[in-house]
Design a protein around this ligand. Structure first.
Ligand SMILES: [Zn+2]
Length: 335
C-alpha cells in the first residue's frame, strides 16, 4: 500500500508523464465488527490508465497497490486503505455504456437463474402469494431483475444511479427506476415488502451502513435478499488457479472494484449489526452461460454449474468449499 506519507514523484516512461503518488486513507478497524487485528491476505493493483483523458486524477492511481486484509475476529476482508480522491468510486463507475451493450445485458439472461432463485426465496418468505407485493431492487442495472419480478407478480421498482442504465431500465421494463440514492427514498417514507441487493453490496464501502439504509426501505416484517461473492473462497480459487497456471496472478480486488469480501459468518453479523433478524446464508445460484454462446459449450457448461450449485447446497459445509463461490442471504426487518 502506498499511504499518506510523502513519496517522491515517479516517472512513467511510457507516457513521459510525471505523477505524484496518489493519496490513500488508511482503515484501521474492521467495517463489520470493529476489531483491529487485520492480516494482509492479498495485494490489489490499480490500473486506470483508460481514464487518462476522461479523469486524469483518477488515472493517477495506476500503478499503486493496496493490501486486502482479513479480520481475525469475524473473517471479513476489506482494503487496508481507500483512495483519498473525492468520489473515487463514483468516478471509477462513471462508465458510458453503449446502447448495444445494455441491450445484450438485458436479453442474454445469464443472471436469470440468480434472479429467479432470489424471487422464489422472497416469495416463499413473504407468504408464497406475491400478488400486489412490492419489491425494490437496489442497484437495478439494466432492469432485468425488475422485469422478472414483474412477470412473477411483484410490483417492482428499482434504484439505479448510472444515468445510462437507469434510463435503459425504465424504458425496457416500463417500471419506476429512481435515480436517487436509497437514503433519500427512505427519508421520503417509501417502504417495500422486499428489497434486493444482488451483486451490489461487494462494491460499497462500509457495508453495514448500506444495509441499515436498505433496512429503512423494508417494511416491518419484510425481507431483504443479498447476494455477494464469498470473499474467502474466491481468493482460494484464485490462488489455486495461480498454482495450476504459472504466470497467472490471483486477482479479487483490482481497482477496488470489490471492497467487501464476505464470509457466511461476517455476512450474518453485518445483517445483524444493521438491525435485521432471522438471517440465513447459503450458497447462491450461479451465473449461466449467455444465450448467444454456442450450444456445444453452453449446455455442458451450464450442466456443470448447476451440478456444482446443487452439490454445494446439500454437502454439509459446502458453503465453505469451492462449491460456495457466491453467498445468498435472506434476513427480516423485525416487526
Ligand atoms: Zn471483523
Amino acid at each position: 500500500m502506498r499511504a499518506n506519507h510523502p513519496i517522491p514523484t515517479r516517472i512513467l516512461a511510457e507516457s513521459s508523464t510525471v505523477l505524484i503518488d496518489p493519496p490513500f486513507t488508511a482503515l484501521d478497524a474492521c467495517w463489520i465488527c470493529g476489531a483491529r487485528a487485520l492480516r494482509p491476505v492479498h495485494t490489489a493493483i490499480f490500473e486506470l490508465s483508460e481514464y487518462r483523458r476522461q479523469d486524469p486524477e483518477l488515472a493517477a492511481y495506476t500503478g499503486a497497490t493496496v493490501s486486502v486484509v482479513r479480520c481475525a475476529a469475524c473473517g471479513f476482508g476489506q482494503p487496508a486503505a481507500l483512495p483519498a480522491l473525492p468520489g473515487y468510486f463514483d468516478r471509477m463507475y462513471d462508465q458510458r455504456w453503449s446502447a448495444e451493450w445494455m441491450e445484450r445485458e438485458f436479453t442474454l439472461g445469464y443472471k436469470d437463474l440468480i434472479f429467479r432463485t432470489v424471487l422464489h426465496g422472497l416469495g416463499r418468505r413473504t407468504g408464497g402469494e406475491v400478488r400486489a407485493r412490492t419489491l425494490l431492487d437496489l442497484g437495478a442495472h439494466v432492469g432485468r431483475l425488475m422485469h422478472l419480478a414483474a412477470a412473477a407478480g411483484w410490483t417492482a421498482e428499482g434504484v439505479e444511479l448510472n444515468p445510462a442504465t437507469s434510463a435503459y431500465a425504465a424504458k425496457a421494463t416500463g417500471l419506476p427506476v429512481h435515480r436517487a440514492d436509497a437514503a433519500r427514498l427512505s427519508a421520503e417514507g417509501r417502504r417495500y415488502d422486499a428489497v434486493t441487493l444482488v451483486d451490489v453490496l461487494e462494491h460499497i464501502p462500509d457495508p453495514v451502513r448500506m444495509l441499515e439504509t436498505a433496512r429503512g426501505l423494508v417494511r416491518p416484517g419484510g425481507w431483504i435478499a443479498v447476494k455477494v461473492p464469498h470473499g474467502a473462497v474466491q481468493l482460494r480459487k484464485e490462488e489455486l488457479r495461480a498454482r495450476l497456471r504459472p504466470g497467472y496472478r490471483p486477482t479479487i480486488a483490482d481497482n477496488l472494484v470489490h471492497v467487501n469480501h464476505f464470509t457466511p459468518g461476517s455476512l450474518t453479523l453485518a445483517l445483524a449489526k444493521a438491525g435485521f433478524a432471522e438471517a440465513a446464508v447459503g450458497v447462491a445460484a450461479p451465473e449461466t452461460l449467455p444465450a448467444d454462446a454456442p450450444a456445444r459449450a453452453r449446455l455442458p457448461g451450464n450442466a456443470a454449474r448447476l451440478a456444482a450449485y446443487g452439490l454445494g447446497r446439500i454437502v454439509p459445509g459446502g458453503v465453505h468449499t469451492l462449491l460456495g463461490l457466491h453467498l445468498q442471504a435472506y434476513a427480516r426487518n423485525p416487526a
